[in-house]
Design a protein around this ligand. Structure first.
Ligand code: MG
Ligand code: ZN
Length: 222
């Protein structure tokens, strides 16, 4: 089969221009300094559309709101549907609408950081846009990166998108209640995740019921 692929060092997507990535990294480093100054631990939550990022953040918020003061940034192309759900769970939420952009970047996050009172929070949960490709290239300055996959993402999601996991500390296998219905084995996905990154902490979860939320919190040291 004929395969078209970039030559060594060639980048197809103009968005991934080296200067843009470098500038993003500088801004991410600044974000990290700002967060550290205010003793805030930030988690970048990535995952495909409908993997369960919002419901996972809702469950974490419910679990941790008695222990930490939680802020959340809800990144979405449009709408405040997710932001409202997270707010109901007990976090202070700021919506970041990216328009046509398919990922958050450090500049958007910095703007968001400038519009909240950083002394009021201990934990910041950042829901990235539903996508596990380009968010990997745009660190936000978070302390931890978490990738949510779900059994409905299919059996090859890890093998097809290894890069996003390499920069992450924690991966969640979500919707484990659907193992039988989907015929997809959480064990196999976990094996693949650990092949991509042996040090990854893998947590199985049902983000609708909250099963696994406590394990996730401890994997994130929260
Ligand atoms: Mg969402
Ligand atoms: Zn993107």
């Amino acid at each position: 089969m004929k395969i078209i692929q970039p030559d060594e060092g060639e980048i197809f997507d103009i968005e991934l221009d080296v200067d843009i990535l470098r500038r993003n990294r500088e801004l991410a480093d600044e974000n990290r300094r700002i967060l550290d100054e205010h003793d805030i631990v930030a988690v970048d939550v990535m995952g495909s559309v409908a993997a369960g990022k919002t419901s996972l953040i809702v469950q974490l918020t419910r679990l941790l709101k008695g222990k930490h003061r939680i802020a959340a940034f809800a990144g979405d192309t449009t709408t405040t549907i997710d932001a409202e759900l997270i707010e109901e769970a007990g976090a202070d939420v700021l919506e970041i609408n990216t328009g046509k952009e398919c990922h958050l970047d450090a500049n958007l996050v910095r703007k968001a950081l400038q519009s909240i009172d950083l002394d009021q929070f201990d934990v910041l949960l950042i829901e990235n846009v539903g996508n596990i490709i380009c968010p990997a290239d745009f660190p936000l300055g978070s302390h931890k990166r978490l990738v949510v996959i779900s059994l409905t993402d299919g059996p090859y999601v890890v093998m097809k998108h290894p890069f996003v996991f390499q920069d992450a500390e924690v991966a969640v296998i979500n919707k484990v209640d659907l193992a039988q219905a989907t015929g997809i084995s959480p064990d196999k996905l976990e094996t693949q995740l650990l092949e991509v990154k042996p040090s990854l902490k893998v947590v199985r979860m049902n983000s609708l019921t909250g099963e696994g939320a406590a394990r996730l919190a401890s994997a994130l040291d929260l």
